[in-house]
Design a protein around this ligand. Structure first.
Ligand code: HSE
Length: 370
């Protein structure tokens, strides 16, 4: 049995990953060793087959080195601290990581097997050892548009994102709730129906968002009753790092010979765990809508084509629908008034499942198969 070392199983992505691995009986295939950055020597609370009862030290290179695969959701700082030292100390196993740190390294493969299984398999044969989960918006968009990428139908894409609080982390999700409560506790105290004085209430809401006690320790700004049109750091060209990742990662995943330009504006909204994206797709040629629909539906088992009607869109093309689900709805598909090669679309997906955990657990199976 392959020895699988697991780090970062307690965090949000780690928890979702453990849940999916238990549901899918993945632990039956490995000898699993749970590591901890802060609780070595304590009891392992995750009760799965073939696993260690006592947590190992996640900084102990000698113990890590014994693993065939290290699966980490511990975050970028851990990867920075441990990965290169571990490799330098002679670790020749696979490193499967949710963090972005190594994603663009030449030797690393971004794992999204419904899209790039051949590239992953070729990389394994080629003795490549670092397999990294993609950025969540990228993975979700690629699963939604897999059929069009596969048929080489896309000239360029703009993606305008509506990203959930979960992309920033668990504390941010909690802060969003606290922000909502801070406001509603104060404006709804007297009556549930304030419609007759709604303009005064709106002024009160606006003032509450800049109240010195309004909770902004994590986001730095109000997200509730607001949106935040910047995600991640600033780059010199005016893009945010999140926006840059779109183009860089898609082209790396596809190993494109000529770059497919992808760009847009990434925005944080007050959804909990599903990222949505409004897409303008420039097709290489005029393709009939029914062909586009078939291409999209056939490419993978998770994409869900939503007919472009008001009812279906409001029912199934929402964060509410996609939350906790592996389905990737895509809809609002129509040719735009800009011309027959301009396609409008909207897609949504759970950023913790296909956006983070699912490609990693599937990566383990590809390693097993080899
Ligand atoms: N960077 C993403 C976000 C999440 O901030 O929403 C992780 O891919």
């Amino acid at each position: 049995m392959m020895k699988l070392g697991i780090v970062g199983w307690r965090g949000m992505v780690g928890q979702v990953l453990m849940e999916r691995m238990i549901e899918s009986s993945d632990f039956n295939h490995f000898e699993s060793i749970f590591f901890s950055t802060s609780q070595k020597g304590e009891n392992n609370p995750i009760k799965v087959p073939n696993s260690n009862p006592i947590l190992q030290d996640a900084f102990d290179l000698n113990e890590l080195k014994k693993m065939d695969i290290i699966l980490t959701c511990q975050g970028g700082d851990y990867t920075k601290k441990v990965h290169s030292e571990l490799r330098a100390s002679g670790f020749i196993g696979y490193w499967v990581d949710a963090a972005s740190t190594l994603r663009m390294e030449q030797n690393a493969i971004i794992a999204l097997d419904p899209i790039n299984k051949n590239n992953i398999q070729a990389a394994i044969k080629n003795n490549q050892k670092d397999f990294i989960g993609g950025n969540c918006t990228v993975s979700l968009m690629m699963l939604a548009l897999g059929g069009l990428f596969k048929n080489d139908s896309i000239e360029w894409v703009t993606t305008m994102t509506y990203q959930a609080a979960s992309g920033a982390g668990a504390r941010h999700m909690n802060e969003l709730l606290r922000q909502m409560k801070f406001v509603t506790d104060r404006v709804m105290a007297d009556s549930e129906d304030q419609s007759s004085q709604i303009l005064q209430v709106e002024k009160k809401v606006k003032n509450l968002l800049s109240d010195p006690h309004f909770p902004i320790d994590n986001f730095g700004y109000p997200l509730a009753f607001n949106l935040l049109p910047w995600i991640d750091s600033e780059l010199d060209n005016g893009q945010s790092r999140e926006e840059w990742k779109g183009g860089a990662e898609v082209n790396k995943i596809l190993q494109t010979k000529s770059i497919i330009p992808i760009d847009g504006t990434c925005v944080r909204v007050s959804a909990m765990r599903c990222h949505s994206q409004a897409l303008t797709i420039k097709l290489k040629k005029d393709i009939p809508m029914d062909e586009i629909e078939s291409m999209i539906k056939e490419q993978n088992d998770w994409v869900k084509f939503v007919p472009n009607t008001k009812e279906e869109s409001l029912k199934t093309l929402t964060p509410q629908f996609a939350s906790g689900s592996l389905q990737i709805p895509i809809g609002r598909m129509r040719k735009m008034n800009l011309g027959p090669t301009y396609l409008n679309a909207f897609t949504v997906g759970d950023q913790l499942l296909w956006g983070a955990a699912e490609p990693l657990r599937r990566m383990l199976h590809l390693l097993l198969e080899q």
